[in-house]
Design a binder for this molecule. Structure first.
Ligand code: AMP
Length: 266
């Protein structure tokens, strides 16, 4: 458990030898969701809010890299050191390094509470590897949430974003300011601007998204998993929109499955 009462996601952030506190509750029909969308669209904030509503664990590959980056260099593996170099420039970390890290944590995908994957997959190769792994483990993906926002709003969100170095809460200098400048409301730690939210890195990240991640939309549309959501408005409004879209999605899907079990109408 973190100082703010949030689950610590230890098995994901630190690796499989760590135990999550609290242990996620096993639920009957866990939500297994992927959150897609350009950097800055608010996937991390939505994952936090959705966790409170759906219970599923927020699994962010970016958080794993940032947590490794805050450790002493001598505690970083050579692969992690290389990954952090890519990340600081705003480039995507090579698939092989990302996949090794996710595979090591694949127990989190089997978690009985479900998951909210944020920032993974980000390339077609990663999406194919995940699909294969889930098929082998007989895990069903519930849906893929595709958050959409106009480019000028994305740039404004990224350049004003501030994160807490303690509990990782996310703020915005004008849209969601903390009560005291640069201090986290939740845990009192200092806020910082992510290195990759600086203008040069933002440009590289948006290009990387267009080139590598945007094709995933077609990939998941092809398997009819995609649920598209407008990411404008307050985080709470977007979360409500997401929940409504998911309820509708689950209803339509269970009707579809039900029809399947009954067979086609005569
Ligand atoms: P995020 O917090 O998801 O925006 O990720 C921050 C940075 O971590 C990205 O700009 C990449 O450098 C790296 N990263 C995170 N997830 C991935 C991934 N699935 N594939 C490649 N690079 C990633």
């Amino acid at each position: 458990m973190t100082s703010t009462g949030k689950p610590d996601r230890a098995a994901w952030i630190q690796g499989p030898s760590a135990n999550c506190d609290p242990r996620p509750e096993r639920v009957q029909a866990p939500w297994r969701l992927i959150l897609l969308g350009a950097p800055g669209v608010g996937k991390g904030t939505q994952a936090d809010l959705l966790h409170q509503r759906l219970n599923a664990c927020h699994l962010s590959t970016g958080d794993v890299f940032r947590s490794a980056g805050s450790r002493a260099e001598c505690d970083q593996s050579p692969a992690m050191k290389a990954a952090l170099q890519y990340m600081r420039r705003g480039d995507l970390v090579p698939d092989s390094i990302v996949w090794e890290m996710v595979l090591e944590r694949s127990g989190c995908l089997r978690c009985g509470g479900g998951f909210l994957l944020d920032g993974f997959p980000r390339t077609l190769a990663q999406a194919e590897s995940l699909k294969q792994l889930m098929e082998n483990q007989r895990l069903d993906l519930t849906a893929v949430l595709n958050y959409r926002l106009p480019l000028n709003e994305i740039v404004a969100r990224l350049s004003g974003r501030r994160s807490c170095q303690g509990c990782k809460a996310v703020y915005h200098v004008t849209e969601r300011p903390p009560r005291l400048a640069d201090i986290c409301d939740r845990c009192g730690e200092k806020l910082f601007q992510r290195e990759d939210d600086q203008p040069n890195s933002v440009k590289v990240r948006l290009e990387a998204y267009e080139q590598s991640t945007a094709p995933l939309i077609e990939f998941y549309q092809g398997s009819r998993m995609l649920v598209t959501i407008a990411a404008s408005g307050s985080p709470e409004e977007i979360c409500e929109r997401t929940i409504a879209a998911l309820e509708d999605w689950r209803k339509r899907n269970s009707e579809h499955n039900f029809r399947n079990t009954l067979g086609p109408k005569p």
